[in-house]
Structure formats: structure tokens, C-alpha cells
Design a protein around this ligand. Sequence first.
Ligand code: GCU
Length: 335
Amino acid sequence: KLRALRWVAGACAAALALTGCTAGVSGNAQEGKTMVLSLNQSESHPSYIALTDFGERLKAATDGRWDIKVYPNETLGAQQEVIQLVSDGSVDMAIASGTQLENLNPEFATLNLPTVFKGIDHQISVLRDKGIVGPLFSSLEESKDLTVLGGLTQGDRNLYTVKGPIKEPKDLAGMKIRVQESELHIKMINAMGGAATPMSYGEVYTALQAGVLDGAENNEISYVTQKHNEVAKYVARTRHLVGLDYMLVNSTLLEEMTPEDRAILEAEWQKTVDEHVKLWNADTEKAIESAKASGTKFNDVDKAAFDKALAPVVESALTSDDARELYEKITEAAQ
Ligand code: GCU
């Protein structure tokens, strides 16, 4: 037994410092570790700041047993690849957009629908309501070893284009608009009048610059932190959806935490969500100001025309009883 343990210790020491090592302790309580968290945002993005603070508070509250190291800028990979790494345990945690989870369990799509959330507060209250999201958040544990700890807002998403302004769906005719890798969002942009082009986040800047894309859709903070404002100068305030990111954690790792440490993790996570919303609102204002200063032109759109174009997309996604029920619970939570 001793020899086996020594072997595990040796393998751990030899393993990449980046990923830490959980070999040989599966099913047992873990004393703690520095968890590796993958993020595709830059260091100035509110998610990076709130998640770094999350790690610091967790470390203090567990007397140094548990800590989080955030790897920003897709250094560990784009979201689609990183989800796989969290699933197999080589990365501990990741922030992934709801669109990516839709590819693992179609029921996530209901929360990715245009117009489903009335605003950030509505969205956060839904994310905290276990009666609504509980089954969804644990739905990937058996098959993928992934637990959804909760969500962070992506705020309102708007359209932006190299040529503009875009005021109504027909203005988008023939324009290649980047979407996340999601069937639903492909349908969404096509319905809004554009030609949807799925692509990972980190590739968008170059594609806009090279003319492979005519535009994209995102929140103002991503628009500025990814420097898309340098290449796409027209923002049409479509506000077609309130986007949603999830905090994914490897389920085996969570099970290995002592109940006390796991409770601390959950409590610190809830504080992280609150801090993130505050940062989000302040940084959105700052992003708009800095975009304007860099020459971006913001314009309002014919909202009724876009809503009309989007209504069939919402309807066609709500064909199953489960999806309809989830949608209704979300809608009721807004009242
Ligand atoms: C937002 C979101 C990311 C997502 C990105 C995208 O920035 O927070 O999780 O990857 O949009 O459009 O791909």
C-alpha cells in the first residue's frame, strides 16, 4: 500500500503543475487543492475579477485548503474543448456559455432563447431557484461528471456590424454574422435577417478584421474587451437576449470535498454572483463610453420588427412538454 501511495505521490509531482493531481483519491475526502478554472475572457472582464475574488475568499474561508487559479484568455482552450477537460477531470472548473451546454443536453436551450429573460435580475432569480433549475444543473453529472454550480449573467446581447447602421431585419440581408456554436442561435440570427456563421469566441476579432464576418452579436463588455469595437463600428441595440454563462465543476471533485468545505464553496459562489452583477452594471456603462470614444455609433432598432422575426424561433424551440413547462416557470418568475 505504501509503495502504491508513493507512486501516486510521485506521479502527482510529475504531473503538470497546471492541472494539479487527484489520482488515487477518487471517492475519498480531499484535504484541498488549488482548483484550475478556465475562462475565455481577458483580465479586465468582470468575470475574471469576480472569479479571482471568489478564489481569494474561498482560500481565506477554508484556512488555505481550497483555492482557485483562474486561467483567462482561452489559455486552456476554447469553451467547447475545455468542457471536455472538466468532464475528464484534467481541468477542475470552467465558465461556459449556455449555448455550449445546449449541445450536451438540449433542455438547456430554453434558457438560451431570445427574449426569455426580462433582464439581469429576472435571470439571476431564476438561476437561484432550485425548483426551476435544480434538475437541469445536475443533469450532466451521471453522463459527463459535470455539475453546474450556478450562472453568471452575460447581460444584454446586441448586434454589431462593420457596415451599418442596422435598423430592421432587412438591413442584415447577406451579412455573415458570427454566432456561438448553437443550433438555436444559428436559427435566431437567420430569423433576424443575417447569415449565421458559428465560430468560437477567440476567432471573432480576426474574422471581422479579415472580412470573413460582417458582424457579430455580444454584450458591450465583450465588444470592448475583445476589441471588436476596433473593427465593427456599428452597434444596433437589438437586445435580443440576456446571455448566460454557467460555472461548471467536475462532479467527482465536488463529491470529494468535505460537506463543510462544499458548503463554504457554495456560499462564496453566491457572493460571487452578487459581486459580478454589480461589476457588470458598472462596466457596461464604462464599455459604452469607451466604445463611443473610439468612434462606435450606437443606434436603436425597430424592436417590434425584430421581435416579430424572433417569435417563431421561440415557438419552434418549445415543442416538448418539458421545454414548455420550464419556459412557463421562467416566465412566471418574472412576475
Ligand atoms: C460572452 C460570454 C462568453 C461567450 C461569448 C461568446 O462573452 O460571456 O461565455 O463565450 O460571449 O460570444 O462566445
